[in-house]
Design a protein around this ligand. Structure first.
Ligand SMILES: [Zn+2]
Length: 1008
C-alpha cells in the first residue's frame, strides 16, 4: 500500500512530520493493568492480630461479593443472549455492549470457549480453506447482494462459528457438516456482535477437529460513497457522469463486502463471480474463466479463476466501464492498464504500463521467484484513500499516481509516480505472496516495498542514483525527524484493536523499515542479502511470516558465507526499541591513534514528557555498524565496520594528528546521527570550504542534515549549521542542496513570523544567489529526455530557483511574474513543467487577485491530472485572507476539489505564513466534519493534524492546541495529537532557548 507522499514539491519542500505514531498501544495499556496489581507494602504481624476480626469480616464480605458478582454475571450473560439473539442479523446498527475484558486481548481459555466473539481476535478453532463468492452488483441503486460458501477446517472442537462482518445485512445462514456425515447442522442462535465486527453462529452440537465443514451465507449491502470496503466513485465523460465501483479491503474492510475470516493469517483460495449489467466490465484478482449472459435480463456473469492461497485483504474486484491497453512480459504475464476511456485514448497510461512490464522482469530476476499469477491489472481510479493498493493481480492506483502526460508533467511528478508503481509491484512478492503474520510487522512488507522503490527505480533509470542519493533526503532524513520524538514508537508495535491496525501504517513502518533494511543489506553485502531474501520467499510463499523468520533466513545466508552474525540479536535492538542513537566520535586523549565512541538515544526535546516509560528509555543501546573515515583519506573501505554495542567504547584507528578530521557513517548507510567535538566540526567545515569533493555526496548531505538537527536539539551551538552552509556556493551536486533546503525550510517555518526574519532570509539568499545566477532558468520544455539522462542537473536548478523565489530574491520574483504575465496575455503556457509550481505559487503570492482567478479558472478547465494538482496548490500561496478563506470553504463544501486533495489544500494554506492562522482555525471549526469524513482512513487525518499544527510555535498557539484537544473528541487520532503537542512544545522551547543566540550570530556574521 502506498501512502500519499509529497516528495519535496513546490515551495512547500517536505514537511516535518506526516504520519502517525502512537502512545496508546497495547504495552501502554497492559502497564495500566499492571499498576493496579502493584505489590502493596507487607502487613505486619501486629496489624494482623489487631485486625483479626476485621479480616474475618472482610473475608466474608469478599465471599459475598464473589457470589453476588457470579450471579450478576450469569444473569447479565443470559440477558445479553436474549437481546442479541433478538437483534440478530440486524447487522451493523446494533448497540455495542462494551466487552468486559482486558484490552490486552489475553482472554483466558474459559472465556474463549464460552463467548469467543468477545475476543478481539478471531478464535483459532476454525481455519478457512476455500471461499466461493457470488456477487450481483446493482449500479443503478448502488447496492449489491451476495452469497458466500466457505469451506473450513475445525482445529479444536467448538460450537461457534465466529467470522467478520461489518455493515452487511445477513439474510440466511446454513451450516453443512463434513463429508463423513453430510447434512445440515442445526443452528442454535446467530447474532451480530458489532463492537468486534463479527457475526456469530452458535450450533447445537460441536464441530470436531480435523473435519471440514461449510457455511453458506447470503447477504446484502450498499456500495458506499466513501473510500473503504466496496465503494463507488465517478468521473465525467463527454459531459456525462459515469460511475464505477471498486474495493479497498486493506487492512480490515473485506468484512464490509462479504462475511469472512478477515485476518491475514487465514489464507484461503477464492473463486469469485460477478454479475452486472452488460454495459459494465468486471475485474478481479484472477482472469475471467467463463462469461455467461443471462437470456432474461441480458446481464453478464463473469466467473473468475480460482486464486492461490491468499489473505482476505488482498482480494479485489471492480465494476466499471473503463478501457485498457496491454503489454506482455517475456515470461508470458499479461499486463493491462485500465482507466477512463479518454485517459487511455490520450496515452496517459502508457508510461506506467511500460515500466510495469520491465519491473516484473526485474523482480523475477532479483528475487529469483516467478510472478505467481497469469495476469496483472493496474486500475486507475479517480478516488482512492491511498496512493495505491497492491491487490494481488489487480492493483488499484489513484489517477495521480499512475497517469502521466509526459509533455506537461514535471520531473517530480514522474518520479513520484514511478516510485509508487515500483512499490506496488514489489508487494506482489513482499505482501501478496509472503504476508506478515499480523499487523505488528506490517513494516516487513511496507519497509521492503519502500526500500525497493529506490532499488527498482535505479534499475529503470540507473542515472537517477536513487538508492545512494535520493534515499538519504527522502527517507532517512525524513523519518529521523519523526523518530527523534519522545512520542515515537518502535517499528514493531503490538496491535490488538481495529483502530490500532490503521495506526501501524505510518512513516515509521515505511521509512524506518526501509532505512533499517538498507542498513542491513549494506552490512550483509548485496549478494548475500539477495540470497537470504530468495530463501525467505521460497520458504514462506503462499503463507505468512514474522520478522524472526526473516532474521533466521538472513542469518543462515551469512553463515553460509562463513560470517557468524546473529541478525536477530542485532535487529531486535532496532525494531523493538523506539528511536535511534546519536553516536559521538572524538579523538582519545590518552591513547594514540584511538577514538572514543559513545552512543545515546537522540531526542529533540530531552524534557519531553515520557508518556510510556517502557517504550521510551534513555538508557537504550543499539548494536551500531559504524564506518569511519580518518582524515583526508580518499580511500574508504566500507568493509571495515566497527560494531559499537556499549555506551562508550575505545577503538584503534589509523594515523591521526591535530588537523586530521574524523567522519562517521560513510555514505550514511546507518540509521543514526553522528556528532563530534567542536574542533572536529571546524575541521570538517574547513574541508568543505577548501575541497568538498573529498567527502562523498551522500556524506555532504548527511553532514548538513545532522548538523541542523543536532543544533535544533541543543547538541550544538546554533551557528554551526549556519556556518556549514556557507560552503554551498561551491556545491555543484543536487543532493547536498536538497538536504540544505529541507533543513532551511524547517527553520524558515520556525522563524517566518519573527521580527528579525530578514536577517535569516538575507543570509540564506546570500548563499543561494551565486548559484542562482550561474544556473539561471530552464528555457525549453523538457521532451522527456530526462528519463534517460541524469535528472540531477535539472533538479538542482529547480531547487535553487525554489530557494531563491521563496526567500525573496528579486530577480527570481521578476522572472516568475513575467512568465505568468506571458501566459495570461498570450493564453499559451510556455512555463517549463519542472518549475511550474514555483512560478504559479510565486505569481499568486505577488500579483493581484486576477491572477488567482486565472489560476482558479485553469484549475477547472485543465484535464491533465498532474497540472490540476499544481494549480490547486498554487491557489494556497495567496497572501489575501479573503481568497484563502474562499478556497478553504469551496474545498470543504463543494465537490470542486477531489476528496483526497482537500486535506492538502488545508495543509498548504497552513504552510503559508499568511494562511497559518486561517488553516488552524478552519481545522478546529471543521474538525467534526473532517474527522467524520476522513477519520476512518487514519493516515489522512494524522497527516492533516501534523500539517496544520507542526509550524505553530507561540505559547498562545500551544495553549490553543491543548485547549482544542481537551475539548474535542480525538477519535482514532489521539496519537497524532500527542505528537503535535510535543512538536509545538519543542518549537516554543527552541524560541525561548535559542532564537536570541541564533540571531546574535547572524548579526555579527561576516557572511551575513
Ligand atoms: Zn505498500
Amino acid at each position: 500500500m502506498s501512502l500519499d507522499d509529497k516528495r519535496g514539491k513546490g515551495l512547500s519542500f517536505t514537511p516535518m512530520g506526516i504520519e502517525d505514531n502512537n502512545m496508546r498501544n497495547g504495552r501502554g495499556l497492559s502497564d495500566q493493568w499492571a499498576d493496579s496489581v502493584v505489590v502493596r507494602p507487607r502487613t505486619t504481624e501486629r496489624h494482623i492480630t489487631v485486625h483479626k476480626k476485621l479480616v474475618l469480616g472482610f473475608a466474608i464480605s469478599i465471599l459475598t461479593l464473589i457470589i453476588v458478582t457470579a450471579i450478576a454475571v450469569l444473569l447479565s450473560v443470559s440477558f445479553e443472549d436474549c437481546t442479541v439473539a433478538e437483534s440478530s442479523s440486524r447487522a451493523g446498527n446494533g448497540t455495542s455492549t462494551k466487552p468486559n475484558q482486558s484490552r490486552d486481548g489475553n482472554f483466558n481459555h474459559k472465556d474463549e470457549d464460552t463467548q469467543p466473539w468477545r475476543h478481539l481476535r478471531l478464535p483459532t478453532s476454525l481455519r478457512p480453506r476455500h471461499y466461493d463468492l457470488k456477487l450481483s452488483v446493482y449500479m443503478d441503486n448502488f447496492t449489491f447482494s451476495g452469497e458466500v460458501n466457505i469451506e473450513f477446517e475445525c482445529v479444536n472442537s467448538t460450537k461457534f462459528i465466529v467470522l467478520h462482518t461489518d455493515r452487511l445485512e445477513v439474510e440466511k445462514v446454513v451450516v453443512y457438516s463434513d463429508n463423513k456425515k453430510p447434512g445440515v447442522m442445526r443452528i442454535h442462535r446467530q447474532f451480530h456482535y458489532p463492537s468486534n465486527q463479527v457475526y456469530v453462529i452458535a450450533l447445537h452440537r460441536e464441530m470436531k477437529p480435523l473435519r471440514t465443514y461449510k457455511v453458506n451465507i447470503t447477504f446484502e449491502a450498499q456500495i458506499e460513497n466513501e473510500l473503504l470496503g466496496f465503494f463507488r466513485s465517478s468521473y465525467v465523460l463527454h459531459g456525462e457522469r459515469r460511475y464505477l465501483a471498486v474495493t479497498q479491503f486493506s487492512p480490515t474492510h473485506a468484512r464490509k463486502a462479504f462475511p469472512c475470516f478477515d485476518e491475514p493469517i487465514y489464507k484461503a483460495t477464492f473463486r469469485i463471480s460477478l454479475k452486472h449489467e452488460a454495459s459494465y466490465l468486471s475485474l478481479s484478482n484472477m482472469p475471467v474463466e467463463n462469461s455467461v449472459t443471462d437470456n432474461d435480463d441480458g446481464w453478464v456473469t463473469n466467473y473468475f479463476s480460482r486464486t492461490p492461497r491468499m489473505s482476505t485483504y488482498y482480494l479485489a474486484w471492480a465494476v466499471c466501464n473503463f478501457t485498457y491497453r496491454e503489454a506482455l512480459t517475456d515470461s508470458g504475464v499479461l499486463i493491462r492498464l485500465y482507466a477512463r476511456p479518454n485517459a487511455i485514448m490520450s496515452g496517459s497510461g502508457d508510461y506506467a504500463l511500460q515500466i510495469t512490464k520491465r519491473l516484473l522482469q526485474f523482480y523475477e530476476d532479483y528475487f529469483k521467484v516467478k510472478y505467481s499469477l497469469p495476469k496483472l491489472d493496474l486500475l486507475a481510479v479517480p478516488k482512492h484513500p491511498y496512493a495505491a493498493m497492491e491487490n494481488w493481480g489487480l492493483s488499484v492506483f489513484v489517477e495521480q499516481k499512475i497517469l502521466l502526460d509526459p509533455e506537461i508533467s514535471s520531473f517530480s511528478y514522474q518520479m513520484e509516480l514511478t516510485m509508487v508503481v515500483v512499490h506496488e509491484i514489489c508487494h506482489q512478492w513482499f505482501g501478496d505472496l509472503v504476508t506478515p503474520v499480523w499487523w505488528e510487522d506490517v513494516w516487513l512488507k511496507e519497509g521492503f516495498a519502500h526500500f525497493f522503490e529506490y532499488v527498482g527505480t535505479d534499475f529503470l533509470f540507473p542515472k537517477w542514483n536513487m538508492e545512494k542519493q535520493r534515499f538519504l533526503t527522502d527517507v532517512l532524513h525524513e523519518v529521523m525527524l519523526l523518530d527523534g520524538l519522545a512520542s515515537s514508537h518502535p517499528i514493531s508495535q503490538e496491535v490488538f484493536e481495529a483502530t490500532d491496525i490503521d495506526r501501524v501504517f505510518d512513516w515509521i513502518a515505511y521509512k524506518k523499515g526501509a532505512a533499517l533494511i538498507r542498513m542491513l543489506a549494506n552490512v550483509m553485502g548485496q549478494a548475500v542479502f539477495q540470497r537470504g531474501l530468495n530463501d525467505y520467499l521460497m520458504t514462506h510463499m503462499y503463507g505468512n511470516a514474522a520478522r524472526d523468520d526473516l532474521w533466521n533466513k538472513l542469518s543462515e545466508a551469512m553463515q553460509r558465507e562463513g560470517k557468524d552474525i546473529n541478525i536477530k540479536e542485532v535487529m531486535d535492538r532496532w525494531t523493538l526499541q523506539m528511536g535511534y542513537p546519536v553516536v559521538t566520535i572524538s579523538k582519545n586523549e590518552s591513547l594514540d591513534h584511538a577514538v572514543t565512541i559513545t552512543q545515546e538515544h537522540f531526542v529533540y526535546d530531552m524534557d519531553a514528557k515520557i508518556r510510556d516509560p517502557e517504550l521510551f528509555n534513555r538508557s537504550f543501546q543499539w548494536h551500531i555498524p559504524l564506518t569511519l573515515a580518518v582524515g583526508n583519506s580518499t580511500h574508504i573501505s566500507p568493509e571495515a565496520i566497527i560494531w559499537v554495542s556499549n555506551k562508550t567504547e575505545t577503538h584503534k584507528v589509523g594515523q591521526m594528528d591535530e588537523e586530521t578530521w574524523l567522519l562517521g557513517n560513510i555514505n550514511q548507510m546507518g540509521y543514526f546521527r553522528v556528532n563530534y567535538d567542536l574542533h572536529n566540526w571546524r575541521l570538517l567545515i574547513g574541508q568543505l570550504m577548501n575541497n568538498h569533493a573529498i567527502i562523498s555526496i551522500g556524506n555532504r548531505a548527511g553532514l548538513i542534515d545532522d548538523v541542523f538537527n543536532l543544533a535544533r536539539a541543543g547538541f550544538l551551538p546554533q551557528n554551526v549549521p549556519l556556518q556549514i552552509i556557507s560552503y554551498l556556493p561551491q556545491e555543484k551536486e543536487f543532493l547536498p542542496w536538497h538536504a540544505a533546503s529541507r533543513a532551511l525550510y524547517q527553520l524558515d517555518k520556525l522563524l517566518d513570523r519573527t521580527e528579525d526574519y530578514s536577517l535569516f532570509s538575507d543570509y540564506v539568499l546570500k548563499q543561494v544567489a551565486p548559484k542562482y545566477h550561474k544556473l539561471g532558468w530552464p528555457t525549453t520544455s523538457p521532451d522527456g529526455s530526462f528519463m534517460q539522462a541524469a535528472y540531477q542537473a535539472e533538479e538542482l536548478q529547480r531547487e535553487v530557483i525554489m530557494l531563491a523565489c521563496s526567500f525573496g530574491n528579486k530577480n527570481c520574483h521578476r522572472q516568475a511574474v513575467s512568465l505568468i504575465s506571458d501566459w495570461i496575455s498570450s493564453n499559451k503556457n510556455r512555463i517549463p513543467p519542472n518549475v511550474r509550481d514555483i512560478v504559479y505559487c510565486t505569481g499568486v503570492s505577488l500579483m493581484d487577485e486576477d491572477v488567482w482567478e486565472f489560476i482558479w479558472m485553469k484549475f477547472h478547465s485543465s484535464t491533465a491530472i498532474s497540472e490540476k494538482k499544481v494549480l490547486l496548490e498554487a491557489l494556497t500561496c495567496s497572501d489575501n485572507s479573503f481568497l484563502l478563506t474562499r478556497l478553504l470553504n469551496l474545498s470543504l463544501s463543494s465537490d470542486l476539489v477531489p476528496d483526497q486533495d482537500v486535506i492538502d489544500v488545508i495543509i498548504n494554506v497552513g504552510r503559508n505564513p499568511h494562511g497559518r492562522h486561517l488553516a488552524w482555525r478552519c481545522f478546529r471549526e471543521k474538525w467534526d466534519i473532517l474527522n467524520a469524513r476522513y477519520g476512518e482512513a487514519l493516515f489522512m487525518i494524522s497527516k492533516l493534524i501534523s500539517g496544520v499544527t507542526e509550524f505553530l510555535n507561540t505559547e498562545a498557539e500551544l495553549s490553543e492546541l491543548k485547549d482544542f484537544i481537551h475539548t474535542s473528541s480525538g477519535g482514532g487520532a489521539v496519537a497524532a495529537f500527542a505528537r503535535a503537542v510535543e512538536i509545538v512544545e519543542a518549537n516554543v522551547k527552541w524560541h525561548r532557548l535559542y532564537e536570541r543566540q541564533f540571531y546574535q550570530w547572524l548579526r555579527k556574521s561576516p557572511n551575513g
